[in-house]
Write a protein that binds this ligand. Structure first.
Ligand SMILES: Cc1cc2nc3c(=O)[nH]c(=O)nc-3n(C[C@H](O)[C@H](O)[C@H](O)COP(=O)(O)OP(=O)(O)OC[C@H]3O[C@@H](n4cnc5c(N)ncnc54)[C@H](O)[C@@H]3O)c2cc1C
Length: 362
């Protein structure tokens, strides 16, 4: 079986890994001349978003035989709203290095591939590859092909400004800010590489590129952050709903398969799983839609949650952040197995129906 994968990102690499486990050697087409991140940062996988999965690295290993070493555990969550700060201690998940060296997420995945052929510096097009391969897995981290094919429904548009900063940090603490003044319906967060270096990211909803600098300056000024900036970048970040996830012998996986969550814009866990499930579907003839159903449902719930969250004002952000520290609420959110994703939207008092219109299942 001849299989091409467009994109050597999380979904593409996990798909190749699973195909190799079934004795198939795919070809990955990667636009860049390397595997890894253009812009170095630290990402997180938070347990609260993926319940009942408690421990992501253990889950990847037990289920898919994929080893990903985090750089740290997340043991402290610091929430900032305009006037309130709340810190909670516990086991909340993991930090991962995103970059180009061997400790980073994608290079770790790459090191576990044995035979997969990678063609670098190739901006691949599925229309060309379909003529040559039995199956093509689109894992290019973007919605451009699914939009072109009419399988994409837009959800959230954000602009991101990120920086690598130096200062003094708690390597186990995730800091998160919400304030309508400088991030609209988005948020800002700081994730540490170590005690001296961190990744600082501002996500602002519904703006164009030239506006992000103004919001960034306002963020730093409002929060009185004077870290030394080592490196900076800007990115557009889109989230949407994809359906179907397969058109004949064309599969959509990772961000290209709608894997990215519409609440925080996180997508590592979903992308890794969608990559594996695309491979399983191709090799074992299993229904891809069924395999990824839970992930899709989770993202729909997170979209409900996002829409409810968008209705809140700065004053309500203060109430929310204060309430996180109340004993009963804190216990319920962080120290039980309550599926916060399932009940979150309803808890915030808004139920919007999500249209799942798209092409028909093939
Ligand atoms: C700044 C930032 C911070 C983030 N933080 C988090 C976080 O904390 N937690 C979390 O869970 N998620 C986070 N995410 C999201 C997460 O990184 C993505 O959801 C995930 O990487 C998506 O995996 P993917 O395989 O679909 O795409 P990607 O990892 O983006 O990989 C796509 C690959 O395809 C290649 N490509 C693109 N087009 C072509 C083409 N035509 N031909 C060949 N190759 C092509 C690209 O070069 C790239 O290598 C973050 C994202 C960003 C940008």
């Amino acid at each position: 079986m001849n299989i091409a994968i467009i994109g050597g990102g999380i979904a593409g690499l996990s798909c190749a890994h699973e195909l190799e486990r079934h004795g198939i050697v795919p070809t990955i087409y990667e636009r860049n001349g390397f595997i890894g991140e253009q812009y170095e940062h630290v990402s997180a996988i938070l347990e609260i978003l993926h319940r009942p999965i408690k421990d992501a690295p253990k889950y990847f290993y037990d289920k898919f035989n994929i080893k990903i070493e985090p750089i740290n555990t997340v043991n402290s969550l610091v929430h900032y709203s305009p006037h309130i700060t709340t810190t909670i201690k516990g086991n909340f998940g993991y930090f991962f290095h995103r970059g180009k060296n061997e400790t980073a997420f994608k290079p770790q995945l790459l090191s576990q591939l044995k035979k997969t052929k990678i063609i670098f510096n190739e901006n691949a097009d599925y229309k060309v590859l379909l003529k040559k391969y039995d199956y093509v897995v689109i894992a290019n981290g973007s919605s451009n092909f699914t939009e072109e094919l009419g399988c994409y429904q837009h959800w959230v548009n954000t602009y991101v400004r990120g920086a690598v900063v130096s200062g003094r940090f708690d390597p186990n603490a995730l800091l998160m800010w919400i304030n309508k003044d400088y991030c609209k319906n988005g948020y800002a967060y700081l994730t540490p590489f170590n005690e001296k270096k961190a990744s600082l990211i501002l996500v602002v909803t519904d703006i164009v590129e030239k506006q992000i600098d103004e919001f960034w300056e306002l963020f730093l000024y409002t929060e009185n952050l004077d870290y030394k900036i080592i490196e900076e970048y800007k990115l557009e970040h889109k989230t949407g709903f994809v359906y179907p996830h397969r058109l004949n012998n064309l599969y959509f996986s990772g961000n290209a398969g709608g894997g990215i969550d519409p609440f925080l814009g996180f997508g590592q866990m979903n992308s890794l799983m969608q990559g594996v499930f695309a491979a399983k579907s191709i090799v074992l003839g299993k229904d891809y839609e069924k395999l990824i159903k839970k992930l899709e449902k989770n993202n729909k719930k997170l979209h409900e949650f996002r829409k409810a969250f968008n209705q809140l004002t700065n004053w309500q952000y203060d109430l929310l952040v204060r309430s996180i520290d109340l004993p009963g609420i804190k216990q319920l959110l962080y120290f039980t197995q309550l599926n916060v994703v399932n009940v979150g939207g309803s808890l915030l008092g808004l139920k919007n129906k999500i249209s799942t219109k798209g092409r028909k299942k093939n």
